[in-house]
Ligand binder design. Structure first.
Ligand code: PMP
Length: 427
């Protein structure tokens, strides 16, 4: 159908100014005017349960975070070459959440920048330049990071220094040796790089394979992969931009579910609950050669307002027990979805950890992806007042990452909506 005239005008203005870079969700885009907690509201006053947004970890417009940002902005904001108090407190508090060996942090403004630095750290520390990634990974938008983001290549060939392999998918490939097999594939990819005279620098992955399709289990399966990476002299870069800050419930960081310590960790998205702040955490001996060589400096990264936002997020996560909530509500959510799967042959799999949940749509009786069903459900759920995104190369996997303050009543609303939508799809 045709767009409402007010919406059409906004879309037209956006396209006129942003050109081809205007990216919007939904055929009929949403005009959002405010948000609070787990809900967003459009210009007509319609309310949407936000299960898509992985930025507002502690809830939209959380008053603690808003106040911290406003107060700091009214007191001091500056480039980052001065001594000011809250950045030290923030750095110390943040590093306390990490294994002790990861004792240095570099603040940036985006996850892309953080991964760009991570690649440079790995190259300088190892002397290599080859990277191994997963087939549909996304790590960001700089020139270098795009090259390790096959999701941005739309089927075009990756540059020679990058090898991509399938993410470990226990739904299509059930095995007791998931970790061993994945490690073997990494070893093979490293071998291929070296055969072409490209020394190996590192393996970059997020511990829940967010863009590949949300593969969380079994916890620990990544250990084998890291062993192979280290034996080959490479570094493991853990991209925590999506699984970090308690998203997976049991732990602050996704890699902790696998019982391992990356050499470099990058983080972003939820770090300032919407205020742009991101960062890289690593060991001092990995950071040193990079700083010696580049004199690295970041004008905005970790400025006083960013630090205030970051500190407030850590406070709220702790005081509101949001990791525990993610664990509790997440398992309630997945159990209910498991039950729904029994009644709906179009749901092939339900998986995830904490409040990072994947719902995979497959053609009934097979594991063949059903992207048309996922798209239909995403659009129909919007009409019910629920926002969801998709993951996976085929876009057939619903990707749920609601604020961690989600409650059972919100889950029930989601489930009722999904039930109605699936009922209508099948009739
Ligand atoms: N890594 C992962 C896993 C991401 O999902 C993203 C953003 N989608 C990035 C890095 C890049 O972060 P940013 O958009 O802040 O540059």
């Amino acid at each position: 159908g045709s767009l409402d005239p007010a919406l059409a005008d906004l879309v037209q203005r956006r396209e006129a100014t942003f050109g081809a870079s205007s990216v919007l969700f939904y055929q009929e885009p949403l005009h959002i005017v405010r948000a609070e907690g787990v809900f967003m509201y459009d210009a007509d006053g319609n309310r949407y349960l936000d299960t898509y947004n992985n930025v507002v970890q502690v809830g939209h417009c959380h008053p603690r975070v808003v106040e911290a940002i406003a107060k700091q902005a009214a007191t001091l904001n500056t480039n980052t070459r001065y001594l000011y108090d809250n950045i030290h407190e923030y750095a110390e508090r943040l590093l306390e959440t990490y294994p002790a060996s990861l004792s240095n942090v570099v603040f940036t403004c985006t996850g892309s920048e953080a991964n760009d630095i991570a690649l440079r750290l790995a190259k300088l520390f190892t002397g290599g330049r080859g990277f191994v990634v997963t087939e549909n990974a996304y790590h960001g938008n700089t020139a270098a990071v795009s090259e390790v983001s096959p999701a941005s290549f739309k089927g075009r060939a990756l540059p020679p220094h990058v090898r991509a392999l399938p993410a470990p998918d226990p739904y299509r490939d059930p095995t007791d040796e998931l970790g061993e097999r994945f490690a073997d594939q990494i070893e093979e990819a490293i071998g291929e790089l070296e055969e072409e005279g490209i020394p190996f620098a590192g393996f970059i992955a997020d511990s829940i394979f967010s863009s590949d399709g949300i593969y969380a289990d079994p916890p620990g399966f990544l250990e084998h992969a890291i062993e192979v990476v280290h034996n080959a002299g490479g570094l493991f870069i853990g991209d925590e931009v999506q699984p970090g800050f308690g998203r997976t419930g049991s732990h602050m960081w996704g890699f902790q579910r696998h019982g391992l310590t990356p050499d470099i960790v990058t983080m972003g998205k939820p770090m300032g609950n919407g205020f742009p702040v991101a960062g890289v955490v690593t060991r001092p001996e990995i950071l040193q050669p990079f700083c010696d060589e580049t004199g690295y400096f970041n004008t905005f990264g970790g400025n006083p307002v960013a630090a205030a936002a970051g500190l407030a997020v850590l406070d709220v996560l702790e005081e509101e027990g949001l990791l525990e909530n993610a664990e509790k509500i997440g398992s309630y959510f997945r159990q209910a979805l498991d039950a729904m799967q029994q009644l709906n042959p179009c749901i092939g799999d339900v998986r995830g950890a904490g409040l990072f949940i994947g719902i995979e749509f497959s053609k009934p009786g097979t594991t063949d992806p059903d992207p048309a069903m996922a798209t239909a459900v995403i659009n129909a759920m919007k009409e019910e007042g629920v926002l969801i995104g998709a993951a996976g190369a085929d876009g057939n996997i619903l990707k749920l990452r609601p604020p961690l303050c989600l409650e059972t009543e919100h889950v029930d609303f989601f489930l009722e909506s999904l039930f109605d939508v699936l009922q209508r799809q099948s009739s």
